[in-house]
Design a protein around this ligand. Structure first.
Ligand SMILES: *Cc1c(COP(=O)(O)O)cnc(C)c1O
Length: 368
């Protein structure tokens, strides 16, 4: 029994990915240990924030970095930092930014929600989102014509949630921003490459700690030293309710170290082992055929894709997914091809014992 079952909640098997709704990721032992150690002594928090920024920057190539409680907090803090430019009187009146230079330009195809709206995070930092272009088509002049003396920044959302075609590239957004002496913020919350966007000359880049890095709940902003300084000052203002504790910071630093030393070979080998078990066992179930497929975006992710012969089974994939989620354990698979009769299982978030429970429950649903 895990600790959640002990307090009366269902056991959840996450076979879908880094989902906030399921708890994002699990902690590796060294990260948990770092968090316990971090939580077991006192430290001057401002010094810890500075030191953590220094260490994070070694991994990202940013001039400096600011730890946050999440990537969403990173967006709000970046915007607040840019609007207040370190000025105490402004820090203390945000998020009310009436009369200040507070407009943040973003492309209409980037106005998405990742579980909460991007625009809410901009507003939380005192920003006023200015959407430019159309949902599926944005031109350079759409951005340039929206720039006024009220504009304080441009933001680019790098995410599978966004419209991918018809948008202006990061390179172009950097060029436009810098031509107008404005900073470009990139929300790279779920991205795996920690150095790429700094190399592309973005001024502030935001990451989530618990996603690719599998850290304690956390995040960070990395980039331009002056702007990062403005961001850190928000902890005396709007960032206070978003604070990250010492234990969260130490967990994040350990996760960054682990991520850099990640053994890709054994990471992929573990995926193949789980997928191969699932494929063999699931293919023995009536009306189910399973095969290994690589991630659509070409990343080193291998999943078990199960095609349901809906006539033979007498249930649709949509119905099967619903039954997998119901009851105990509650099993969550990838569902983007569900209406085509396909379920897939991502081995990365699975913990010991999960694969056997998946086969057992699927067999019960299909064969009764
Ligand atoms: C997940 C995500 C966020 C939020 O990250 P948190 O660390 O959960 O706050 C923001 N933007 C994008 C594009 C995301 O995918």
């Amino acid at each position: 029994m895990n600790c959640y079952e002990k307090i009366g909640l269902q056991r959840v098997i996450n076979a879908s990915g880094r989902m906030t709704a399921l708890g994002v990721s699990t902690l590796n032992e060294s990260v948990a240990k770092a968090a316990i150690e971090g939580g077991s002594s006192y430290v001057v928090i401002d010094d810890l924030i500075d030191k953590a920024g220094e260490i994070i920057s070694k991994y990202t190539g940013g001039e400096d970095s600011c730890v946050t409680s999440s990537a969403s907090a990173g967006i709000a803090i970046s915007v607040a930092g840019i609007i207040s430019k370190g000025k105490k009187s402004i820090i203390e009146r945000l998020p009310d930014s009436t009369g200040l230079c507070n407009e943040v330009i973003l492309q209409k195809g980037h106005v998405v929600q990742f579980g909460a709206p991007i625009t809410s995070m901009i507003r939380l930092g005192g920003g006023v989102p200015v959407e430019v272009g159309m949902a599926n088509s944005v031109a350079i002049e759409d951005v340039e014509q929206a720039i006024t003396d009220k504009t304080c920044a441009l933001i680019y959302i790098k995410s599978h949630h966004c419209i991918q075609k018809g948008m202006i590239s990061i390179e172009k957004m950097v060029e436009i921003a810098h031509k107008h002496n404005l900073p470009l913020i990139i929300d790279a919350a779920a991205e795996e490459d920690m150095t790429k966007y700094i190399k592309m000359n973005a001024d502030l880049v935001i990451y989530s700690g618990a996603k690719a890095l599998e850290a304690t709940t956390s995040g960070f902003i990395t980039g331009n030293k002056t702007l990062i300084g403005y961001c850190k000052k928000q902890y005396k203002g709007i960032a206070r309710p978003m604070k990250i504790g010492k234990e969260g910071i130490m967990g994040l630093l350990q996760a960054l170290e682990n991520y850099t030393n990640k053994d890709l070979v054994s990471y992929v080998k573990r995926q193949h082992e789980i997928v191969s078990y699932l494929n063999d066992e699931i293919s023995k179930i009536k009306g189910c055929s399973a095969r290994e497929i690589q991630d659509e975006a070409g990343r080193e992710i291998y999943r078990s894709q199960v095609v349901i012969d809906e006539k033979n089974v007498g249930k649709t994939a949509v119905e099967i997914d619903k039954l997998l989620c119901e009851g105990n354990p509650s099993i969550h698979c990838r569902t983007h091809l569900l209406t085509q009769g396909i379920l897939s299982f991502d081995p990365r978030p699975m913990v010991e014992g999960d694969k056997e429970l998946i086969v057992e429950k699927l067999r019960k649903i299909v064969e009764g």
